[in-house]
Design a protein around this ligand. Structure first.
Ligand SMILES: NC(=O)c1ccc[n+]([C@@H]2O[C@H](COP(=O)([O-])OP(=O)(O)OC[C@H]3O[C@@H](n4cnc5c(N)ncnc54)[C@H](O)[C@@H]3O)[C@@H](O)[C@H]2O)c1
Length: 258
């Protein structure tokens, strides 16, 4: 799989799944722009990627229209084209009962996770039409299964999956493909934050299952690695996936099967 002379933009591209994807695409010869909310996070990622003029880092809020317009314009201008967007920016919701879920938390989860995908896709689409490029959005297994005390997060991720499906229909006439990946539990800062917020047993509960949390566990008995996602996202962006669009693909060690 070679991405030589291809240019990609990754939101939330400086840690976790987005960062692993940036590293993967870079190793396959691509030019990569990573964007994230904080300048310090962006600077650290760019230094770690060490890709010279094949990497640019741009700070910006994925859900902010002006910020994403500027990020996309800068990426297209510096690389001369844009061949793909990976919309990975997202935030976790602290597990909380519906009666304790505040308006502010609900609004912020929906704003970043759902509006952020919409805003970044809308900004990138004109360039992707020009290049007949591809979009991969990052949803979650939580789009399809209920997670206890995760109502806002589940709603946001179901929205991402359905948004992506509808967009794939709209962009098919331009040969622009849109797919979404639905990770189960992946070892990233987000999952480590879940352990901090919900207790150290959380990781074991995810892998082994926990009757108390209504979880059956992960059949492959491991937490996924960010590289697992990078491999799938790279495939979906590549010409090997040229007949795949409008799909939501679970990548979860079999968790969705049981
Ligand atoms: N790790 C998992 O188990 C898992 C499971 C299912 C889905 N996901 C999804 O995968 C995506 C990536 O998450 P991750 O696990 O790599 O965690 P992560 O926290 O490492 O990555 C998310 C990134 O998004 C950035 N971000 C947050 N708000 C932003 C905003 N407003 N604008 C721009 N960037 C912003 C964060 O700074 C962070 O770098 C998220 O959408 C998440 O919901 C993760």
């Amino acid at each position: 799989m070679s991405f030589k002379d291809k240019a990609f933009l990754i939101t939330g591209g400086c840690t976790g799944i987005g960062f692993a994807t940036a590293r993967h695409l870079l190793a396959e010869g691509a030019k990569v722009a990573v964007t994230d909310i904080a300048q310090a996070t962006v600077d650290r990622a760019v230094a770690e990627l060490a890709g010279g003029d094949r990497v640019i880092g741009l700070a910006g809020d994925a859900a902010n229209t002006k910020a994403m317009a500027a990020v996309v314009a800068e990426t297209a201008s510096r690389f001369g084209q844009l061949d793909g967007l990976v919309a990975s920016a997202g935030i976790r919701q602290r597990s909380v009962a519906i009666t304790e879920l505040t308006d502010d938390v609900w609004d912020e989860v929906i704003r970043v996770n759902l509006r952020g995908v919409f805003v970044s896709c809308r900004a990138a689409v004109p360039h992707l039409i020009a290049s007949q490029g591809a979009i991969v959005t990052v949803s979650s297994l939580s789009a399809d299964v209920g997670r206890l005390e995760q109502t806002a997060y589940c709603a946001s991720k179901a929205g991402v999956a359905q948004f992506s499906r509808a967009l794939s229909l709209e962009l098919a006439q331009y040969n622009v493909r849109v797919n979404t990946v639905c990770p189960g539990s992946i070892d990233t800062p987000m999952v480590r934050k879940a352990q901090e917020q919900d207790g150290p047993q959380t990781l074991r509960d995810r892998v082994e299952g926990s009757p108390a949390r209504f979880r059956a566990g992960i059949p492959l008995r491991r937490i996924g690695e960010p590289q697992d996602l990078a491999d799938l996202i790279g495939f979906l962006l590549s010409s090997s996936a040229k007949h795949i669009t409008g799909q939501a693909i679970n990548i979860d060690g079999g968790e969705s099967v049981i």
